[in-house]
Ligand binder design. Sequence first.
Ligand code: ADP
Length: 429
Amino acid sequence: MIIDKNPWPFLILKHLIYLAVAVGIGAFFGLEQLAAIIVLSIILIILFSRMYILDRWLRTSRMTSPPEAPGIWGDILDQIHNLRQRDKKRAHNLSRIVKRFESSALALPDGVVGIDAEGEMEWWNETAALLLGLKRKQDKGQRIDNLIRNPEFVQFYRQTNHEKPIHIPSPVNNEIIMEIRVVDYGLKEQIIIVRDISDAIRTQQMRKDFVANVSHELRTPLTVLNGTTELLYDSAHALPEQMGKPIELMNQQTKRMTSIVNDLLTLSRLETESSEAHFEDIKMKGFIETLQKEAKALSGDSKHEIICEIDAELHFKGNLHEITSCFTNLVSNAIRHTPKNGKIIIRWYKKEGDKCFEVQDNGFGIAPEHIPRLTERFYRVDAGRSRDTGGTGLGLSIVKRILIRHNATLEIESIEGAGSTFRCRFKNQ
Ligand code: ADP
């Protein structure tokens, strides 16, 4: 029943009238105080008995209809009953949503673990249990970094930035490689997504091995071919005139193929070997001045103006062999992609706390849509220019890999037709 007008004034007035009548009658007999006490006691007894009925109903019969009661008490009981019905419906809906969410999480092919705001594991699905070795009863309420003790995971989990996933072996079977992603949401809740990526890693490894093996196998026949074409080239004067051009082409293309194979081998070495063991102090001033000399030799008749701006106080530690390859690639790119008499500046300086090696040219430049793809293998903006200038299309892939091994990033700024700047930014140096 819905109460649409306020019953309280009438109720109070009614009880005041009872009291007044009783006191009036009592006064007639000279017993007004006794009459007032009797009336108030009756009101109290009625009040307590109603409260007793209400209490019993609330305690014993959760969802049955409320007991019959006259007046305001009936209204109160009806209201409580309505509220409880609504509450029950809401709880039912909520549990349906939770069940649906749980069953969809259970059906996911990836492992999912729900972490509450206290950092404790609340729920997980079967895949997560299999990959992480979780036991339903025992591990509920535990912290995940107490269960998975892999140091890489512990460090990753405890840091605040969870943008990139990590790859670690499963604690159950270390032949299974898992990708773990942490998704932060709500106040401090998290969802951890675990995927078995062993197959993808195996395929990737097979691809790397295949490229490395093919490159390696091609080296010996190429060396023989190189020797032969060079011999033919050197003795071209003794051969019929029409052989001159084909021999020159053969010589050129064999050299090109050798460069590609060498670059592919360099790349696969960079992907497999560790580099830190060979880190050493590099005297940057002398190092860059040598680069400048080599660049001038490479530029030759193109007569580029090559300038150095070096902060000689800025020391650097890295793998000399790799850093030489990285910086040489950038300088040679600047020369090959800048027209005759162009200007190239090589810089070594500090920027926002990071040490930077930079090559700036005023060459052909690159349209913005190409920039994000330049470090992909064999990606070339102008394949003709790249080939004509002896490029393999692998230079920037090598640069990127070397920089990753030095905890550095490659920044590329370019305006088509105006020139480019390639910057290696070394952090924590
Ligand atoms: P390539 O051997 O073709 O130079 P890289 O991987 O070194 O291969 O470079 C990829 C592509 O990036 C090049 O083909 C070229 O289109 C572009 N590029 C690299 N450096 C420069 C530069 N300094 N100016 C203009 N374009 C460049």
